[in-house]
Ligand binder design. Sequence first.
Ligand SMILES: Nc1ncnc2c1ncn2[C@@H]1O[C@H](COP(=O)(O)OP(=O)(O)OP(=O)(O)O)[C@@H](O)[C@H]1O
Length: 210
Amino acid sequence: MSAGAAVTVEVCAATVTVGGVTLFEGLNLTVRAGECVVLYGRNGSGKSTLLRCLYGTQRLSGGVVSVCGTAPDERRLDFRRRVSVVLDDSALFDDLTPRQHLDLLSRSFPGTADRDTAGWLARAGLDERADVPALALSAGQRRRLMLVAAVARDHDVLLLDEPERALDTAGRDWLTNLIAADLARGAAVVVASHHAPLVDRVAATRIDLG
Ligand SMILES: Nc1ncnc2c1ncn2[C@@H]1O[C@H](COP(=O)(O)OP(=O)(O)OP(=O)(O)O)[C@@H](O)[C@H]1O
């Protein structure tokens, strides 16, 4: 995406201190539409924390964060409509099937352009499991459903925390293509990931949290 694309995520001089420990300090980050920033670093370095700050479920200790031109606040419907996430605490409805999840999403996010539920499920490798309750899916199938649900509905920003977890080799290839296609549609993506082929394919910028 060109350098002239809209800035969608902006973090200025961000600091987070928890329990007396400073996870990061003075962090700056800009993500434009169609651009992907990858967060990496050791366990406990603050990747999930930074993603939560971008979604408004955790506050910075210092600095400013702006997502879609506003302070992040996942309690606001207009914010959730623009920002789609798969974070550590993301969950499925155990009793609903993959098809029902996508149908529910297309009703909850009425602007969604591509309502081809069957196509999304087939590309996610879930077509044969489309009518099975989420509780009965494998860990990798549940992860595929969370990811496809996040990407299939309209959004301007996509936040992903180690989305490759539980995916097999084919699933990781699918994930890489999913993010690449989302970027081509103009989404701004921030992803914490240790999956090198994904990072190599999609990252415009890499941020090492230590
Ligand atoms: N709200 C909080 N209260 C107390 N400690 C917290 C809080 N948020 C984060 N931490 C601590 O901050 C550190 C960073 O956690 P975080 O989950 O952001 O790291 P991470 O880089 O995502 O780790 P991993 O690679 O293991 O997923 C951890 O030691 C965690 O226990």
